[in-house]
Design a protein around this ligand. Structure first.
Ligand code: ADP
Ligand code: MG
Length: 259
């Protein structure tokens, strides 16, 4: 991928035009020389140091690297949970690296479905209520909320369990509730951080099979993992080391775009 330089010197109008071009080209994630630097006492830690990545709509990409390589920091930037120290980040054509917290929260709710290692479900709420939650934040009316949450639970084969609470579900079922919650807003990307990390091998395989199906249905998936076995489920692996892209590898030909 050619790395365009001097993006920092673009005028606001040029930045906006670049975003529009990215959107026309179906590029949902584009970073230009992205940095995140932490100051610890008199030490600077470059957790992400000069990352240029481009991810197109419909891709299935794994971000892989050893512990401490900067995966979570990069995922937090991509997921608009954090802002970069330097560089540009376009999410679905919008310049997220320039946004203030409230605008970031809005774009995050709209564009990103998060899936975490530890599921992060509300313990006292049913599967259905957990999946409805993002729709409440999005201001969707109650009846439509319920319909869409059921539909999302159906897409992960859990409609039969919609009135169960998390402690009445297995680990794999809990993660499927979390995946339904991530899907329910119809986000531009599903962003999963070690989604099988808390599951046994068999259940983890079932979750990876589900991701494959969601990808076939047209979802864009970005998966963060330190495990080669898990990364191999994706079509493309971006290897991260010391905050830098070490290698960007297409392991499988990407699925044809849906008509
Ligand atoms: P990974 O997810 O690949 O294990 P991280 O992104 O969590 O890596 O961390 C990358 C580097 O940045 C590590 O050296 C880590 O210690 C450092 N780091 C992460 N978060 C912070 C923080 N909030 N403050 C200071 N250093 C941090
Ligand atoms: Mg991490």
């Amino acid at each position: 991928m050619p790395v365009e330089t001097a993006t920092e010197n673009l005028t606001p109008q040029e930045r906006e035009q670049r975003g529009e071009q990215l959107k026309r080209d179906g590029i949902v994630i584009r970073t230009y020389d992205l940095w995140k630097t932490y100051i610890m006492g008199d030490q600077e830690i470059h957790a992400v140091s000069g990352v240029d990545v481009q991810i197109k709509r419909g891709e299935y990409v794994a971000i892989m690297g050893p512990s401490g390589s900067g995966k979570s920091t990069l995922m937090n930037l991509i997921g608009c949970l954090d802002t970069p120290t330097k560089g540009l980040y376009y999410l679905n054509g919008k310049l997220a690296s320039d946004m203030e917290d409230d605008e970031l929260a809005r774009i995050r709710n709209k564009e990103i479905g998060f899936i975490f290692q530890t599921f992060n479900l509300l313990a006292r709420a049913s599967a259905l209520q957990n999946v409805e939650l993002p729709l409440i934040y999005a201001g969707i009316a109650s009846s439509e909320r319920s319909n869409r949450a059921r539909e999302a639970l159906r897409s992960v084969d859990l409609e039969q369990r919609m009135y169960h609470k998390p402690n009445e579900l297995s680990g794999g079922q809990r993660q499927r509730v979390a995946i339904a919650r991530a899907l329910v807003n119809r986000p531009s990307i599903l962003l999963a951080d070690e989604p099988t990390g808390a599951l046994d091998t068999h259940t983890g395989d079932e979750i990876m099979t589900l991701f494959a199906r969601l990808h076939e249905q047209g979802n864009t998936i970005v998966l963060v993992t330190h495990e080669q076995d898990i990364a191999m489920h994706a079509d493309r692996i971006i290897h991260i080391r010391d905050g830098k892209v070490e290698r960007d590898e297409q392991v499988r030909s990407p699925a044809l775009p849906l008509p």
